[in-house]
Design a protein around this ligand. Structure first.
Ligand SMILES: NC(=O)c1ccc[n+]([C@@H]2O[C@H](COP(=O)([O-])OP(=O)(O)OC[C@H]3O[C@@H](n4cnc5c(N)ncnc54)[C@H](O)[C@@H]3O)[C@@H](O)[C@H]2O)c1
Length: 261
């Protein structure tokens, strides 16, 4: 079955690279119109050359953790469309690695601000546009770290658990408007982010990167990397009409994580 997202309008935070960009490409290939914001002008410039674009992709530079910039981003999207079908709250940083007594409060607060408070800014402004559309889909990108403890990454785990609470609560508040809200929890995704996480953990524990990489892989029963496309496919499904009765759910895309530490 080939899903159709024909003319569905989708906002993605931090969509110019990584999982967000893979999801944008997936949605574009299914006929959607995509509005991306990202803090990196370099990444935005890079994707503007992509052949899939053809007036269906709009890109904006914006720090998702700055309420004024997010508001300006929405004002610009609003000039193009008054209604949207979906919001993907994708922005999220890895945060610091270390035992909690060694972490500083600036890093803690910054992780929570980007990974949780940003989602509040986007969701608040997206809801009127979803209501105008008479329904739609909000996807919060959480993590396996939002379903289990994650040693040495306390602010990240706390932020990703917070998104589960946000998802469950919003699903109740917005159900009567036919707005569905789900959380997608990626596992160990192949890409730049995990390369950085493995490097930092190896440095902290004074072991080789290979040891950490093998340990991450052994944490899921399928024992392999998750791809960005695996996450994108699930997001497209959650936006499509095929998932119209799915809301308030926490959906791991992690090859069945059996431990996470
Ligand atoms: N990669 C993984 O293994 C993994 C696993 C679980 C969950 N996740 C979650 O998936 C989401 C995407 O992860 P990723 O690996 O693609 O991330 P990434 O680190 O590759 O970054 C993706 C994009 O975020 C942008 N960005 C960073 N801070 C921003 C800000 N303040 N405002 C706007 N844009 C900003 C970057 O410029 C970049 O283009 C995150 O929420 C992450 O926590 C990722």
């Amino acid at each position: 079955m080939q899903l159709s997202l024909n003319n569905k309008k989708i906002i993605i935070s931090a969509g110019a690279s990584g999982i967000g960009w893979e999801t944008a490409k997936n949605c574009l290939s299914k006929g959607a119109i995509v509005y991306i914001c990202d803090i990196s002008s370099k990444s935005i410039k890079k994707i503007q050359k992509h052949p899939l674009i053809k007036k269906k992709l709009f890109t904006y530079e914006c720090d998702a953790s700055d309420e004024y910039e997010v508001s300006d981003f929405f004002n610009q999207v609003y000039k193009k469309t008054k209604k949207i079908d979906a919001l993907i709250n994708n922005v999220g940083v890895a945060g610091p690695t270390g035992n909690i007594e060694k972490l500083n409060s600036d890093d803690w607060e910054r992780t929570l601000k980007i990974n949780v408070v940003s989602h509040f800014y986007f969701t608040k402004l997206a809801i009127p546009m979803l209501k105008k559309n008479k329904g739609g889909s909000i996807i919060n990108i959480s993590s396996t770290a939002g379903t289990m403890g994650f040693a040495l990454r306390s602010p990240y785990a706390a932020s990703k658990w917070a998104l589960i609470g946000l998802t469950k609560t919003l699903a109740i508040e917005l159900g009567k408007f036919k707005i569905r809200v789900n959380a997608v929890c990626p596992g160990t995704v192949k890409g730049d982010r995990m390369a950085r996480v493995i490097r930092d953990k190896a440095k902290f524990l004074k072991v080789s990167k290979k040891v950490i990489e093998n340990d991450f892989l052994s944490m899921s029963s399928i024992n392999s990397w998750i791809s960005q496309a695996d996450i994108a496919n699930v997001c497209s499904f959650l936006i499509s009409n095929e998932s119209i009765k799915i809301s308030g759910q926490v959906i791991p895309v992690d090859g069945n994580t059996i431990r996470f530490d």
